[in-house]
Design a protein around this ligand. Structure first.
Ligand code: HEC
Length: 231
């Protein structure tokens, strides 16, 4: 009868499994560190230019006599593209009221209106439609998507571009239309970055013309053309 080879003492098994467990510890820590959110910055070995000395808002900077890191504007300095300083041209406001006329230098004539039409057709019709009723191609597509969706549209809501013939918009002075184009309104973004000031005024005057085209009386037509419209 063959005898069994002697077994190693139990303590060896115990020590080996403990060692195996400890060997896994670094990997577990790394996996945890990679997945758990942490408020502190990651360890940054290559700094490049990631952290540069700077002053926070309202911080103290003894370099200046008044100890302020934020420097006030120097009196009388105008930025290179800093605008004219005219509130009529820049904001569409005259004496605290929305302007009812174009600013000086932009004539209300056919060439301004034609220019406004091309800009309107480029920048606005996608949402507002060519006649300004808010029925542009983006609206059609949005309604299509909302209509085709099975069940709720994941909390999405569609705000249609407002009709410029809505009484609340139709009665707005040209300065207010200009201001909407410049700064946007509610869900509509501003276009100051894409459309130069003069072009925004041209668009505003075209919007006024569009509104007039849908809400005119015979008295708005020059007398010599009235007869042909009467029948
Ligand atoms: C991306 C779509 C989109 C484009 C492009 C767009 N608009 Fe709008 N516009 C809207 C929406 C949406 C509203 C309504 C916003 C709301 O009620 O939240 C609106 C509202 C308006 C209003 C009504 C403001 C008021 O007082 O209620 C005017 C006027 C207007 N837009 C003019 C323009 C002009 C002019 C352009 C082109 C320069 C333009 N929009 C481009 C989406 C657009």
């Amino acid at each position: 009868m063959q005898s069994m080879p002697p077994m190693p003492p139990r303590i060896v098994f115990f020590a080996a499994s403990l060692l195996g467990l400890f060997a896994m510890l670094p990997f577990a820590v790394i996996a945890w560190a990679r997945s758990a959110p942490s408020p502190s910055r990651p360890i940054h070995i290559v700094q490049d230019m990631d952290f540069q000395p700077r002053f926070n808002t309202q911080a103290v900077n003894p370099l200046f006599g008044d100890d302020r890191a934020m420097r006030p504007k120097i009196a009388g300095v105008v930025a290179v593209n800093g605008g004219s300083g005219s509130s009529h041209l820049e904001q569409g406001v005259v004496d605290g009221q929305w302007a009812t006329t174009l600013p000086s230098g932009i004539p209300m004539d056919m060439s301004t209106l034609e220019h406004g039409r091309t800009r309107f057709n480029i920048f606005c019709t996608a949402c507002h439609g060519y006649a300004g009723y808010g029925d542009g191609i983006v609206n059609e597509r949005a309604l299509d998507l909302m209509g085709n969706a099975d069940g709720p549209v994941y909390g999405t809501a569609w705000v249609q571009a407002k009709s410029v013939h809505d009484p609340t918009v139709r009665d707005q002075p040209i300065g207010q239309i200009y201001n909407t184009i410049t700064h946007g309104i509610r869900n509509m973004a501003g276009y100051a970055a894409q459309i130069p000031t003069e072009d925004r005024w041209a668009i505003a005057s075209y919007v006024k013309a569009l509104q007039r085209s849908q809400d005119a009386t015979l008295q708005d037509v020059p007398p010599e053309h009235r007869e042909s419209l009467k029948q």
